[in-house]
Design a protein around this ligand. Structure first.
Ligand SMILES: C[S@@+](CC[C@H](N)C(=O)[O-])C[C@H]1O[C@@H](n2cnc3c(N)ncnc32)[C@H](O)[C@@H]1O
Length: 377
């Protein structure tokens, strides 16, 4: 991997960080996610909500069954998962859906969009006991036959490549990856008007930052969301991830940004160290995600902490257990919702595909997401 990157730099010059990250994580043979899918869980590099146990999938299945109901119980509908990894979450969702909403389960197509061939193969094997599974390389393949339904992903937005930027001498700079004698390092260059996507992404952040302030910005959110919206005729997108609204994420006190690498449950912050063998991630700017969704003609309808979202959806399950608590379930519930664990850093953004949808509480939504109410539709 290091040689591959050095060769590219020698040929094309210093690499913008998204190009470096796309290679380090998603090269089809050598990328971090192209290896055996053992990254998530106790024996891997990091935990996710999925690795806490099947409760997470059970709760999602409840939300999806409610959406199927709200869509008028279509005879054919689609769940489209992005970032499905080894299909553990898909298995948990489908198992719960078959148990608790058999009518919805009988009519659903469970689609996965997965860029990596090795993961597609594993997902196909894992989901072989379930009917009506469709695994594609890109959501574009679903656009010729769109269905009503829900597109969603857990911890996929944070895995999308991002730019690393630094505020120095009153100007935003971009960090590029370069090398000398096989040693990878950063080179900093002022960002110019010739990079409109990057200047547009930085404009809303303002310039009230201390010298040397470092953060991350993504310019690929629209190109990620747009084909997903085309796979559905109507319905909702649900994105679950760690991250915050813009003002909290890009706060002047967060001087080193949120980039992290993960290996064997140890977090570090040098992505140039062993590319291909570390996960590289940064928190999601949910304001930027919601703005990209609005620009695509869809409507953000809900933004809340994982704690609030899961507690609301799991309430009926908790009530059913009154007097006879299931300790495993309670442990998973606590991990998913406790503020010191996954409850408060993780957020859920729901986006209706209906351009005329109205959020149930627009003022709270706009406030939480720092969205401009003027641009409300
Ligand atoms: C941190 S893992 C999350 C895995 C799983 N959803 C979980 O929560 O345990 C991120 C996953 O997103 C996938 N991914 C990244 N970019 C993607 C894209 N454009 N489309 C679909 N999946 C993508 C990666 O390959 C990886 O499997």
């Amino acid at each position: 991997m290091r040689q591959l990157i050095v060769n590219r730099i020698t040929k094309d010059g210093p690499l913008p960080f998204p190009d470096f990250m796309a290679t380090a994580l998603y090269h089809p043979d050598l990328g971090y996610y192209a290896r055996e899918p053992c990254q998530v869980g106790r024996r891997g590099d990091f935990f996710t909500s999925v690795s806490t146990g099947p409760l997470f999938g059970t709760v999602l299945a409840r939300r999806f069954a409610a959406e199927w109901d709200a869509l008028g119980k279509p005879e054919s509908w689609r769940l489209l998962e992005l970032g499905a990894h080894d299909a553990t979450l898909a298995t948990d969702i489908l198992t719960a859906l078959h148990q608790t909403a058999p009518e919805a389960a009988a009519t659903v197509e469970y689609a996965i969009s997965e860029p990596l061939p090795r993961l597609r193969e594993i997902q196909r094997q894992t989901l072989s006991p379930f009917p009506n599974i469709r695994i594609v390389e890109h959501p574009d393949s679903l656009a010729s036959h769109p269905l009503p339904g829900i597109a969603f992903g857990n911890e996929v937005l944070d895995a999308l490549p991002f730019h690393l930027v630094e505020f120095r001498a009153n100007t935003w700079h971009q960090l590029l990856v370069t090398h000398s004698d096989d040693h990878l390092s950063f080179e900093s260059r002022p960002i110019t008007a010739a990079q409109p996507a990057l200047t547009d992404a930085l404009a809303p952040l303002g310039t009230n930052f201390p010298d040397g302030y470092r953060t991350e910005v993504r310019t690929n959110t629209t190109s990620f969301l747009q084909p997903v919206t085309r796979a559905l005729t109507r319905g909702t997108m649900i994105w679950l991830d760690y991250g915050f609204a813009r003002t909290e994420l890009h706060h002047p006190d967060r001087t080193k940004g949120t980039l992290r690498t993960f290996s064997r449950h140890r977090a570090a912050d040098n992505p140039l160290d062993s590319p291909g063998s570390l996960d590289i991630t940064a928190h999601v700017d949910f304001t930027a995600t919601a703005e990209a969704a609005r620009a695509l003609g869809t409507t953000p309808t809900l933004f809340e902490t994982q704690s609030a979202w899961i507690t609301r959806l799991a309430r009926p399950l908790l009530l059913e257990m009154e007097g006879n608590p299931n300790p495993d379930f309670l442990r998973q519930f606590q991990t998913l919702t406790h503020p010191a664990q996954l409850g408060s850093r993780f957020h859920i953004l729901e986006i209706s595909l209906d351009p005329a949808a109205t959020p149930s509480d627009p003022a709270t939504l706009n406030h939480r997401l720092n969205l401009n109410p003027e641009s409300n539709r």
